[in-house]
Design a protein around this ligand. Sequence first.
Ligand code: NDP
Length: 500
Amino acid sequence: MDKCSSELSIPSAPRDFGFYNNGSYVAAGTREIFTRSSPGHGVPVTRIPKCTVEDLDLAVDSARTAFDDRRWSGLNGQARAAVLLKAAALIRERSEEIAFFETLENGKPISQARAEVGGCADMFEYASGLARSLHGDSFNNLGDGMFGIVTREPVGVVGLITPWNFPFLILCERVPYILASGCTIVAKPSEVTSATTLILAEILTDAGLPDGCMNVVTGSGSSIGQALIEHPRVDMLSFTGSTAVGRRVVEAAGRTNFKKLGLELGGKNPQIVFADADLEDAADGVAFGIGFNTGQCCVSGSRLIVERSVADEFAQMLREKFSKVVVGDPLDEKTQIGAITTDAQNTTIMSYIEKGSAEGAELICGGEQLDFGRGQYIAPTLFGNVTGDMAIAREEIFGPVLTIMPFDTIEEAIEIANDTEYGLAASVWSKNIDKALTVMRQVQAGRFWVNTTLAGGPELPLGGFKQSGWGREAGMYGVEEYTQVKSVHIEIGKRTPWIE
Ligand code: NDP
């Protein structure tokens, strides 16, 4: 074992996982194996099978049978809630193990991973109540001869493709709500962060989820992921990831069975700071909004739009904040910014930093890779003199890179904020309620924060406007997303005859 600067140690050997189908593991056997090395240390930590298309068919069969024979959807809400509550308790019991693998595979700080796992247990607890309160509607205003009801029914088998930036959190923003609705699941995590999805499948079986309701296929997006989005016996697909792959999901659904889609895609999220804000609080929040999860976050506040009269002062405050952020070993409890999750992402971020300088933006601080002897780390980076046509102002970088653009009027701030193809999230910082609410109303974003950022929880829905996606996850909206409505007209008494 290799000791880190904290109490935690890198495992001496990678942990082996199998293919999770119909309530238990199938050993990897002769399947090809993907070995994941921790981005913070460069050490192998997990070995994951590359599932075949035949494995995918088996997983879809399991989910299909479990849905069609009503072993889950036919239970009452109380019984489904009991399973979700038990799963929450087991997540809490195994929280240290889950957080550890999340940090090893993703590179995020262990303190953050622990907090996320606690939030995930909370998602299950909240969704358990929704399993009991999900209901339809009735129309008692159709006249004496007619009564109308609208029922909600689970959509069926849901394919669930999740990314590597929040492998467990994004999974748990979906799974308990999907299960609360009565659907069954075939999940495909990102190949580089599969461990905690497999651990969740184990937990759900231990919690009493009937076999076949949660199955996990592992392997690369381009092979097994593509096969899942094209699968004709999958009724709905929930995809979280890049806008480019989101487009492929839409095309695949159109080409195959028109499966229902939920998409949470990219973002280029504005942070609007007015001169009348509590600037100290705003600087801390803006630094958190781009530093959290190394900026590898679809809702990262990556565009700072700041009132010109305080722009220089605010840039200096941010520079100071960035200089104090603790970047380093993800297993160290003091670390605030960990490693970049993949080599490809590391290359992408560095190429945007080069592009920013080449396009004439001013590099105020950061911009370099940090050398801790192993792993891949990038210093929080701040660019001034940014214009709206620069790539760093328009494209999702998905790294700790913040651009600054000044504004003079509220109209201009709103215009800059909306000058993007995305519409995932936005924040405003102001002590003037009129300004804050005007901006909230006019900025196009599915999530909005006033004098804070990245706040969340199981109650409020998640999702985007414009090219940031379709549909909503979490909250009651998230459960309803996995249902379809049926309208029922009921005749009371005798129909008016058609033929006399
Ligand atoms: P992708 O969109 O490629 O990956 C997201 C998920 O989709 C992963 O599980 C991936 O599997 C899977 N996938 C990839 N290709 C296909 C396919 N053809 N069919 C079905 N599933 C597929 O994102 P990247 O990992 O390439 O990251 C690229 C950029 O995307 C980032 O720089 C960032 O800008 C954005 N992104 C946004 C996220 C968000 O939360 N909105 C999350 C992740 C990325 P696998 O990883 O195994 O290939």
